[in-house]
Ligand binder design. Structure first.
Ligand code: PMP
Length: 464
C-alpha cells in the first residue's frame, strides 16, 4: 500500500510538493520528518489526517505531549476562553489569573510534601530549558558544580541537558548505570541488577579516591523514554532517594515525558512514593502548547532575581490548555486508566514477542510501551539478549505507516518501537493499534534481512 494510493493520478498531490520543498529548504538536522513523510492537516484524538487524505493512528502524540490526544474539546475550550477574554497573550513572567489557576491546579497534583512547600519557576518553553534551570538551581543552592546522570538518559538538546544525556560526546557529568533488565551491564538483571547499580553509585560517592566529588545534583528519568522505554524499578528509585538524601545531594527527577498520568500514576514518582527535590516538567503540562517549569523544595530557592530569565515564559494559551488538561486527567482518573490499559496492551505485546524471534523484549509502564527488535540470527549473550536490529525497526516503522499507524523509534540503537498513545484512547483503538503493529512486524520480518546477512527473520508462530 503506497502512501499516495488514495490521490487521484491527475491531480498533482499537494502533499508531495510540500514534502519536496521541506527536504529542499529545511535543515539536515530535521528528525521525525524523515521517517514520517506525512503532511498533517487535521487531527482529533488519536487520529491525524494527512494532506493526501489518508488517516493515521498517532502513537507518537507529539513525542508524548498529547495526554488528551489532538484537539480535545476541553483544551480547545480553554484556549478559546482566553482568546475571547481579551487577556494579553504575552506577559513575560507577570502574574495573571490564567497563570494563577494553572499553578493552583499543578500544585494540587504534586507528591505530598512537595505540594505543601513547592516553588515553581516558569522556564523557556522547552523541556531542555527547564533541565538547564534545574542544574542552575541546584548548583546555586549547594555551591557545588558536578552532576550525576545515567547511561541511556535523554534530557534535551541544549548544552548542559545534552551533557547529561546518554548521547553526549564531551561531558564532565559523571555517568552511572541505569537498571536495564534486558541489557543489564552487570549481567544479572532484575532486583539484583538494580541493587548493583545503586551500590556502584554509593561507592563512587563514598570512596575518597573514586575521582568523583560530591555533585550539585543527580538527574534521572523514572522511565527512560528516548533511551528505549526502560522503567526504573520502584525499589531502585527509593535507593537513589536514600543515597542522595543521606549525602545532601538534590535529586532532580525529569518527568518531562512521564508526567500527567502517562505511566499509570499522575507523576511516575508516585509509584515509588519518593519525593524528589526538583521535578522537571514540560510536554503534557501545556496541553499540547509549549510550556516548561521546574517545581522544587523551597529550601533550594537561593538563586538571584533574573538567574533564569527568558522572554517566552508567560504563554497564556499554554497555561490555560495545560490547566484544563491537568484537571481533566485528575478528575477522570486517566492515570489509572493508562495503568490498566497499558497492562493489557503489554500482555498482548508479550504474546506477540512469543510469536516473533525478532522481538527481544517488550516493556513499559502505563501507556509508555516499547518493543525492542533484535537480530534473531545472532548469538544471545549470557542474559539471553541479542544485538539490536535498527534496520528491522526502521522497516517496522515504515510498515506501520503504510498501515496507517504512526510510531516512534527509540533506544540505544534506535531499535525500540515506542507507543505513546493519548490517555483517552478506547479499548477498541488500543486493539486497532496492536493489530496494525502485529501486521507490520510480520510484514517487516518477511522482507528485511537480518544485520548479519542471514535470511529474513522468521515468526515463531502465528501473531496474536
Ligand atoms: N527530558 C525528557 C525525559 C524528554 O523526553 C525530553 C524530550 N523528549 C526532554 C527532556 C527535552 O524536552 P524538549 O524536547 O521539549 O526540549
Amino acid at each position: 500500500m503506497a502512501l499516495t494510493e488514495t490521490v487521484p493520478a491527475a491531480a498533482p498531490p499537494a502533499h508531495e510538493g510540500i514534502l519536496r520543498r521541506q527536504s529542499l529548504r529545511e535543515s539536515a538536522a530535521r528528525t521525525y520528518a524523515r521517517s514520517l513523510p506525512i503532511v498533517p492537516v487535521r487531527a482529533r484524538g488519536l487520529t491525524i489526517e494527512g494532506a493526501d487524505g489518508r488517516r493515521y493512528l498517532d502513537c507518537l502524540s507529539g513525542a508524548g505531549t498529547l495526554a488528551l490526544g489532538h484537539n480535545h474539546p476541553v483544551v480547545l475550550e480553554a484556549i478559546r476562553t482566553v482568546l475571547d477574554s481579551g487577556a494579553p497573550l504575552h506577559v513575560l513572567d507577570l502574574a495573571t489569573p490564567v497563570k494563577d489557576a494553572f499553578t493552583t491546579e499543578l500544585f494540587a497534583t504534586l507528591p505530598g510534601k512537595l505540594a505543601e512547600t513547592a516553588r515553581i519557576q516558569f522556564c523557556g518553553p522547552a523541556g531542555t530549558d527547564a533541565v538547564e534551570a534545574a542544574f542552575k538551581l541546584v548548583r546555586t543552592a549547594t555551591g557545588r558544580d558536578g552532576l550525576m546522570a545515567f547511561s541511556g538518559a535523554y534530557h534535551g538538546m541544549t548544552a548542559e541537558a545534552l551533557a547529561a544525556s546518554g548521547g553526549a560526546q564531551h561531558t564532565s557529568v559523571v555517568r552511572l548505570p541505569y537498571p536495564y533488565d534486558y541489557r543489564c551491564p552487570f549481567q544479572t538483571g532484575g532486583e539484583r541488577g538494580a541493587e548493583l547499580s545503586a551500590r556502584w553509585t554509593q561507592s563512587l560517592l563514598d570512596d575518597p579516591k573514586s575521582g568523583v566529588r560530591r555533585p550539585a545534583g543527580m538527574i534521572l528519568e523514572p522511565v527512560q523514554g528516548e533511551g528505549g522505554v526502560i522503567p526504573a524499578p520502584d525499589g531502585w528509585l527509593r535507593r537513589m532517594r536514600e543515597i542522595t538524601a543521606a549525602r545532601q545531594i538534590p535529586l532532580i527527577v525529569d518527568e518531562v515525558q512521564t508526567g500527567v498520568g502517562r505511566t499509570g500514576a499522575f507523576w511516575a514518582v508516585d509509584h515509588s512514593g519518593i519525593v524528589p527535590d526538583v521535578i522537571v516538567l514540560s510536554k503534557a503540562i501545556g496541553g499540547s502548547l509549549p510550556l516548561a517549569v521546574i517545581v522544587y523544595r523551597e529550601e533550594l530557592d537561593a538563586w538571584q532575581p533574573g538567574a533564569h530569565a527568558g522572554t517566552f515564559r508567560g504563554n497564556q494559551l499554554a497555561m490555560a490548555a495545560g490547566a484544563a488538561t491537568l484537571a481533566y486527567v485528575r478528575t477522570n482518573g486517566l492515570d489509572r486508566r493508562a495503568g490498566e490499559l497499558g497492562r493489557r496492551m503489554l500482555d498482548r505485546l508479550t504474546a506477540l514477542a512469543a510469536a516473533h524471534d525478532c522481538i527481544g523484549d517488550v516493556r513499559g509502564r502505563g501507556l509508555m510501551l516499547g518493543v525492542e527488535l533484535v537480530d534473531r540470527s545472532a548469538d544471545a549473550d549470557a542474559m539471553g539478549a541479542r544485538p539490536a536490529d535498527p534496520q528491522l525497526a526502521a522497516a517496522v516503522q515504515h510498515a506501520c505507516l503504510e498501515r496507517g499507524l504512526i510510531v516512534e523509534l527509540g533506544g540505544r540503537h534506535s531499535a525500540v518501537v515506542r507507543l505513546l498513545p493519548p490517555l483517552t484512547i478506547t479499548d477498541e483503538q488500543a486493539e486497532a493499534i496492536l493489530d496494525r503493529l502485529a501486521d507490520a512486524i510480520a510484514a517487516a520480518v518477511r522482507t528485511t534481512p537480518g544485520p548479519t546477512g542471514s535470511s529474513p527473520t522468521t515468526m515463531r508462530g502465528t501473531s496474536p
